[in-house]
Write a protein that binds this ligand. Structure first.
Ligand SMILES: NC(=O)c1ccc[n+]([C@@H]2O[C@H](COP(=O)([O-])OP(=O)(O)OC[C@H]3O[C@@H](n4cnc5c(N)ncnc54)[C@H](OP(=O)(O)O)[C@@H]3O)[C@@H](O)[C@H]2O)c1
Length: 326
């Protein structure tokens, strides 16, 4: 099968199309003929040699895909050959076929195209897990999402608005802030020109937010804690702003705050299946009706994966960069 490979870690120019062996089938898995996959920030890190795949996982890039089921493992029930499917992957999406544990696969609603579906699993499940399962915002609560224009950030905004929450986001330009507002965010803060903590407190009448979805880490720790309301949760999912920061534990105690770090990729198949199930229970109807769908910035052919990586590196995108495979 055709896939994107790289021989040595490096910049996006190391990516090339090659012919590789298709993945080996397993009894609890589905084989999917991939129609679309999407670029995630983690792919750039993996390509640079900074985020190796977990043991036993495909060395190919690609954390999500959508396509058609072409083979059903003998222990799998509820799936038929020919069904449209989208899957959360630990790797291997930049290829014509994947084999994935059936628990990580979701049906694609007819309102959603293959290209949109290929951009759903990694970002929507990340946003769902971290905001809803870990952050646990109250009804009508307030959520701050850093990187509101990212794949994860646009998914987070969609899910939070669908759930009736107030969403505040940060983004790196006035243009991206305007797009975040169009996409449903209630407040958008340009992190290059404004300090976000005073804006968050002003916009919430000094109360702060219930949950922060943070992809920045160390550099934002102090300001994030300032933004949290009593009982609030800071969920750290990325460390673009470094791994260290200073935390005033007295504030943590006084306001009974929670601080949690989380990764999705390295979780067990059982954990992923449980998360995927709760996602479908909570938002399956909204996906089916097309009320919730990903923001697709652009669609490139698989062979232009390097261009997709360049776009993410330069932060030229709003939402997802999709790769069309077949
Ligand atoms: N832990 C997990 O399980 C998990 C899973 C998936 C993703 N992630 C993380 O989630 C983040 C988003 O992933 P993605 O694939 O959606 O990436 P992406 O589309 O490439 O977005 C990266 C985002 O980071 C934003 N950003 C960079 N510096 C910032 C700062 N100082 N303040 C606020 N925002 C800042 C950028 O904002 P501008 O473009 O507006 O400057 C951009 O929107 C990444 O950090 C990724 O590693 C974690």
């Amino acid at each position: 099968m055709r896939a994107i490979v790289f021989d040595q870690p490096g910049d996006e120019s190391v990516l090339r199309v090659a012919t590789v062996e298709p993945p080996v089938m397993a009894p609890h898995a589905l084989r999917i003929r991939v129609q679309a996959t999407a670029v995630n920030r983690a792919d750039l890190l993996q390509r640079q040699g900074l985020y190796p795949p977990p043991p036993g996982v495909s060395p190919l890039l690609g954390l999500e895909c959508a396509g058609e089921v072409v083979e059903v493992g003998r222990e799998v029930t509820g799936w038929q050959v020919g069904a449209r499917a989208m899957a959360l992957l630990s790797g291997g999406g930049y290829a014509e076929q994947v084999v994935v544990d059936a628990g990580a696969v979701m049906p694609v609603p007819s309102a959603i195209s293959d290209e949109e579906a290929g951009a759903i699993p990694e970002t929507f499940i990340t946003a769902f897990l971290n905001i809803f399962l870990l952050g646990k915002p109250p009804d009508k609560g307030r959520v701050l999402v850093h990187g509101g224009g990212s794949g994860v950030g646009t998914a987070a905004t969609s899910l939070c608005k669908e759930a009736g929450l107030t969403v505040l986001v940060t983004a790196g330009s006035d243009e991206k802030c305007a797009r975040c507002l169009q996409h449903g965010a209630d407040v958008a803060i340009n992190y290059h020109t404004e300090e976000f903590a005073p804006r968050v407190l002003a916009a919430t009448q000094g109360k702060g937010v219930d949950v922060i979805l943070d992809c920045v880490g160390g550099r934002y720790l102090g300001a994030n804690v300032k933004c949290l309301t009593m009982g609030g949760a800071l969920i750290v999912i990325g460390l673009t702003g470094g791994t260290r920061g200073e935390l005033d534990l007295a504030t943590l105690l006084r306001r009974r705050l929670r601080l949690e770090g989380s990764t999705l990729r390295a979780r067990s198949a059982v954990e992923k299946a449980a998360i995927v199930n709760s996602f479908i229970e909570r938002f399956g109807e909204a996906l089916k009706s097309g009320r919730v769908r990903p923001v697709v910035d652009r669609i490139l052919p698989l062979a232009q994966a390097a261009e997709g990586h360049r776009v993410l590196k330069a932060s030229e995108h709003f939402g997802k960069v999709v790769l069309r495979v077949n």
